[in-house]
Design a protein around this ligand. Structure first.
Ligand code: SAM
Ligand code: SF4
Ligand code: SF4
Length: 387
């Protein structure tokens, strides 16, 4: 067992300035980082707070009543988020995911959703607007979110067994209420594509050894044939507080092996560049793919890094741009944006400059990195920059 590392320095207080390059960089959708990766996907954290205390993300020992969440004035307001999102879209972003913390705790989130849904893309292609949630407030909010323009949603659910689920969220939250949230999302039409097919509703399950491995098959059985895509995520060494150790990681290959013993599966092609999940389709008794049974995905962030296609940027709750989930510092876009004379072209230039310098590929280097390169105690938390 590894010991839990409680950070002595609050990483959120450190930041890098978002400076303007000597020659302006226009937002033309052609941006590439130093490894040739485009900027396609933006994850926006709208709050650092959460009503769950999942032990792999916000353990109670750290996120207790003494924990200093960001003060309200530090948060980007909806107009600021939308302004930045517009610049990111001009630079090539086509997918925006709202996250947190628990994004549905942010008051009036549907107003932000409506603002983001109205951002035009330069080529007229639709913006894919989605949200990741623990599902606890989804039954109440699904309809309003859909009406505001949210396309789809991903719900995190680690177990169908109520006792296991209550222990994992560590606030005794019942699994039935999350299942109600998923049903409400489905009823509201979240994840339904233009042809009326349910393709965009996803459930993410973090798999942790000694905790919920027994839930892999029941979860697959529950969602198989529903149109909802279940994805198994390897437990990651993100942040500094969850006491991560490799012994708790169940490699995705073993997840697939366990599933194959019960349901025949066939590998599917990736649908988009930079896709994080490896997809598997359920087969019928004849061993052929059966689209009616749907698919599962595995996200192998630890055992099979996918950095070389990583086209994701993360915007923290108070406006810092992070280039990697395992980054130790972010670039202060809020500081730049709140200066009186900053234009959108200036913001585009600064973002372009930052992205062009990006060389992050932590997961690929994980095994070979010296400890001081990204020591656990210096990493920002996932609840702060968004998953
Ligand atoms: N609260 C929302 C939720 O749980 O869906 C959104 C934020 S949460 C940080 C985003 C995703 O990160 C969730 O699917 C969660 O399970 C995942 N996550 C958090 N900590 C993780 C870890 N250590 N390893 C793998 N996934 C993790
Ligand atoms: Fe909250 Fe999501 Fe983290 Fe769980 S994973 S503590 S629900 S932010
Ligand atoms: Fe992207 Fe960083 Fe994850 Fe690699 S480790 S896939 S660069 S976020």
């Amino acid at each position: 067992m590894s010991e839990r590392v409680i950070p002595l320095v609050d990483q959120r207080l450190l930041s890098l300035p978002a400076t303007l390059p000597a020659r302006p960089i226009a937002a033309e959708g052609l941006l590439r980082d130093s490894l040739g990766r485009p900027l396609h996907d933006l994850r926006i954290s709208v709050t650092d707070r959460c009503n769950f205390r999942c032990n792999y993300c916000m353990p109670k020992e750290v996120f207790n009543k003494d924990y200093a969440y960001l003060p309200h004035g530090d948060l980007l307001n909806f107009e600021e988020i939308t302004r930045l999102a517009q610049v990111f879209v001009a630079h090539g972003v086509r997918k925006i995911r709202l996250t947190g913390g628990e994004p549905l705790l942010r008051k009036n989130l549907e107003i932000l959703v409506a603002q983001l849904a109205n951002i035009p893309t330069p080529d007229g292609s639709p913006l894919d607007l989605t949200l990741t949630t623990n599902g606890s407030l989804l039954a109440r909010k699904a309809k309003a979110l859909k009406e505001a323009g949210l396309n789809r949603v991903t719900v995190s659910l680690d177990s169908l067994d109520d006792a296991v689920f209550r222990a994992m969220n560590d606030v005794d939250f019942p699994v039935a209420d999350v299942l109600d949230g998923i049903a409400a999302a489905q009823a509201a039409g979240l994840g339904v594509d233009a042809d009326g097919r349910l393709t965009g509703l996803k459930v993410n399950m973090v798999v942790k050894r000694r905790t919920n491995v027994d839930q892999i098959v029941p979860m697959a059985r529950h969602f198989r044939g529903t149109g909802i895509t279940l994805r198994f995520i390897e437990y990651m060494d993100v942040g500094a507080t969850n006491g991560w150790c490799m012994d708790d990681v169940l490699p995705s290959a073993e997840v697939i092996e366990r599933l194959q013993q019960v349901f025949p599966l066939l590998p599917l092609q990736a649908t988009a560049a930079g896709e994080t999940a490896q997809r598997w389709g359920y087969a019928n008794a004849a061993g052929e793919l059966d689209p009616a049974l749907g698919e599962v995905g595995v996200i192998s962030s630890v055992t099979q890094a996918f950095c070389r296609d990583c086209n994701r940027a993360r915007l923290s709750t108070e406006g810092k741009l992070y280039l990697c989930l395992f980054a130790t510092q972010g670039y202060d876009l809020r500081g730049l944006m709140r200066q009186a004379h900053t234009s959108d072209a200036d913001i585009a230039s600064a973002i372009g400059h930052i992205w062009q310098g990006r060389d992050d590929r932590y997961s690929e280097l994980r095994a070979s990195l010296p400890a001081e390169a990204a020591p656990a105690a210096r990493r920002v938390e996932m609840s702060y920059i968004g998953g």
